[in-house]
Design a protein around this ligand. Structure first.
Ligand code: DC
Length: 223
């Protein structure tokens, strides 16, 4: 039987960086489910469909295929209709579109089976918003990885600036807060810690300390 570790938490808590490093250390396959929602958000933008237009988004699902692949170094690639779109899904525009489409039940159902199939086949560390609550309720360890909104916005801001994007901190903070609200208040699969999850707060930790804490928390709880 494969082992699943669920990692949920708000945008910008460093989940993907921290979970990816922990997966490498522990020899698990890392699955970034946010990238799947981002791919659907990107598809809508490319097609000129508003991510808030539920009917239009749902009608696109028939023509969308999303899958994950690996490059030679084992990094996750996100494949949208046969195209590697990994380089296009990290903009603020796609972040917001992903947050919007992720509130649509049909979009969630579309990705759910894909995510469950991966956990059946491999030992996974899967990160998202509803992994411990909905996707993998029987996960061996459930972690809710979080940090304050200001710290998350600062990290996101630094990341975007490093990529050469022209952004203003206050705008990034407003986006983080808006996305938190979207993710926590949607009627379907809202972001919240599973009852049996362990809360890991990285506000006061640097990257390496956060990775070490996640690895030790997983090791202690998966015995
Ligand atoms: O983790 P991320 O920022 O890449 O996620 C992008 C968006 O997708 C985010 O606004 C929340 C949504 N999401 C979700 O609803 N459920 C998941 N399992 C993963 C992401």
């Amino acid at each position: 039987m494969s082992i699943a570790i669920a990692i949920d938490g708000p945008a910008g808590a460093g989940k993907s960086t921290i979970a990816r490093a922990a997966a490498k250390h522990l020899g698990y396959i890392y699955v970034d489910t946010g990238a799947m929602y981002r791919a659907i958000g990107l598809y809508c933008i490319r097609k000129g469909v508003l991510p808030t237009d539920t009917d239009a988004v749902v009608s696109l699902l028939d023509e969308i295929s999303v899958s994950l692949a690996r490059d030679e170094e084992g990094n996750q690639l996100i494949i949208l209709c046969g195209e590697d779109v990994s380089a296009f899904i990290r903009t603020e525009e796609v972040s917001m579109a992903a947050s919007r489409v992720s509130a649509i039940p049909q979009v969630r159902a579309f990705l759910l089976s894909l995510q469950r199939d991966m956990a059946k086949e491999y030992n996974v560390i899967m990160d998202g918003r509803d992994i411990g609550t909905v996707v993998l309720p029987d996960a061996k360890v459930k972690i809710f990885l979080t940090a304050s909104a200001e710290i998350r916005a600062r990290r996101r801001y630094d990341e975007l600036v490093a990529k050469g994007e022209n952004v203003v901190y206050d705008d990034v903070l407003a986006d983080v807060i808006e996305r938190d609200n979207n993710d926590m208040n949607r009627p379907i699969a809202p972001l919240k810690p599973a009852e049996d999850s362990i809360i890991v707060d990285t506000s006061e930790l640097d990257l390496q300390q956060s990775i070490d804490l996640l690895v030790s928390t997983i090791e202690e709880n998966s015995k």
